[in-house]
Design a protein around this ligand. Structure first.
Ligand code: GDP
Ligand code: IMO
Ligand code: MG
Length: 428
């Protein structure tokens, strides 16, 4: 088990934080390889609840070295707030390593994210407005600012001058927003750099050395497969590769080290932000209200209400292929306990044609009508179940149904938010 990649198999918020925390006991390193503080991962352990945006969810264990690798985008202000929060809560952040190659989110990235959403109006993506897209945009255009640039005042100042020569006119002339001066940005970011400096490391080399010494690494994906810039529901996606391939490019660790890919899926499905969602249940329907309220489906990062829908087996099968999933974890099974019957989408219909895979053309997916199978509910509390055999027959059948459709073994099942409310079915 040298390296395991953990990825969201739906549209994010599948419970990746909880499962990362749970299985971290088997690893020495937990690595974030893409995304930034658009992520919100909840961990509840030892009576404490943490909402993490940048720092890997393995932080609660003393033996874990958390790593924020090159593929991420880092807002230094948010990072330092998170470090302070963890220290206040009694978790040491001394072992944290941050890649000098990770890109830095600047104030104008946040402004441009908000402004471009505003400009899109009803066509907005519904981003988290944390500056993620504009920061990755600069990375691809090769004009981004990296963590290592902050280490040298002259280089940083020069890069900010170049950046502002382009960004200021866009901010003021296109969006009517305030311009920045080089000094104000340098003053703010040099102060951050003084605190971040001790954590900076050549994380690629560091992780490869760890693997050569026989250590185990867990890659903690953020967002989900359907939000991946290449494999998701473009343009309603995030700006990074959140599927398993991103772990390799986003960390500098080679593929030969990865021997397990664990997909996380909710027993139903949610989505925040805009974009197609075939199994969405209209908000006014009772089933939607139940999922929202019992599942407490409100965003960890933005507090937005999540759109809720029935489990979509077509999407999870797609995620199994895109990520080469070896295992699945099904979370929030307990949220379905009050339903008489539970729907599962096994295909889509569009213009008289049936699709059992995710259609490549976006307009087909936008108009996809779900084909449902209806399974009996179990109508009892399962939050105390700790083995597969403790579950009522209908819940076991539901898991078997999911497993058959995904073609991937369901190795873990979560029946509540805390660490111990989990069934380790086939996970060693
Ligand atoms: P992530 O972004 O994938 O880490 O997921 P979030 O933390 O954004 O959202 C998942 C939410 O579901 C959090 O509030 C978790 O505490 C909660 N959660 C995780 N697993 C379970 C579960 O099995 N049952 C219930 N009821 N809640 C869960
Ligand atoms: P975790 O890691 C759910 C969504 C946003 C928006 C789209 C683009 O907690 O699962 P961005 O700010 O990334 O440019 O927004 O992606 N999104 C998420 N949805 N969970 C997340 O993270 C998300 N991170 C981004 O809502 O639709
Ligand atoms: Mg989340």
């Amino acid at each position: 088990m040298p390296a395991t990649v953990l990825v969201g198999a739906q549209w994010g918020d599948e419970g990746k934080g909880k499962i990362t925390d749970l299985i971290s006991s088997n690893f020495e390193y937990v690595v974030r390889y893409q995304g930034g503080n658009n992520a919100g991962h909840t961990v509840i352990a030892d009576g404490k609840k943490l909402a993490l945006h940048l720092i890997p969810s393995g932080i609660m264990y003393d033996h874990i070295t958390p790593v924020i690798a090159n593929g991420t985008v880092i807002d230094p202000k948010v990072l330092l707030e998170e470090i302070d929060m963890l220290e206040r809560e009694g978790f040491s952040t001394k072992r944290l390593k941050i890649s000098g190659n990770a890109h830095v989110i600047m104030p104008y990235h946040r402004d441009l994210d908000g402004a471009s959403e505003h400009r899109l109006g009803k066509n907005e993506i519904g981003t988290t407005r944390r500056g993620i897209g504009p920061c990755y945009q600069d990375k691809s255009a090769r004009i981004g600012i990296r963590i290592q640039d902050m280490l040298d005042e002259n280089i940083f100042r020069q890069k900010i001058e170049v950046a502002l020569a382009e960004k200021n006119p866009i901010l003021s002339k296109i969006y009517g927003l305030k311009e920045y001066t080089v000094d104000e940005i340098c003053d703010e970011y040099f102060a951050y750099c003084e605190r971040i400096r001790p954590y900076i490391e050549e994380t690629g080399q560091f992780l490869n050395e760890a693997l050569n010494e026989g250590k185990n690494i867990l890659f903690e994906g953020a967002q989900g497969t359907l939000l991946d810039i290449d494999h998701g529901t473009y343009p309603f996606v995030t700006s990074s590769n959140c599927s398993a391939g991103g772990a390799v490019t986003g960390s500098g660790v080679g593929m030969k080290h990865i021997d397990r890919v664990l997909g996380i899926a909710k027993a139903y499905i949610t989505r925040v932000g805009s974009g197609p969602f075939p199994t969405e249940i209209p908000l006014e329907e009772e089933a939607s209200q139940k999922l929202l309220n019992i599942g407490k489906e409100f965003g960890v990062t933005t507090g937005r209400q999540r759109r809720c829908g029935w489990y979509d087996a077509v999407i999870v099968k797609y995620a199994a292929e895109v990520n080469s999933l070896t295992d699945l974890a099904i979370t929030k099974l307990d949220v379905l306990s009050e339903f008489d019957t539970i729907k599962v989408c096994t295909a889509y219909k569009c213009e008289g044609k049936t699709y059992t895979t995710v259609p490549e053309h976006q307009s087909v997916f936008h108009h996809a009508e779900p084909v449902y199978e209806e399974l009996p509910g179990w109508k009892c509390d399962i939050t105390g179940c700790r083995t597969f055999y403790d579950l009522p027959r209908e819940a076991k059948d539901y898991i078997d149904f999911i497993e058959d459709h995904a073609g991937v073994r369901v190795s873990l099942i979560a029946v509540g938010p805390s660490r111990e409310q989990t069934i380790l079915r086939r996970w060693k």
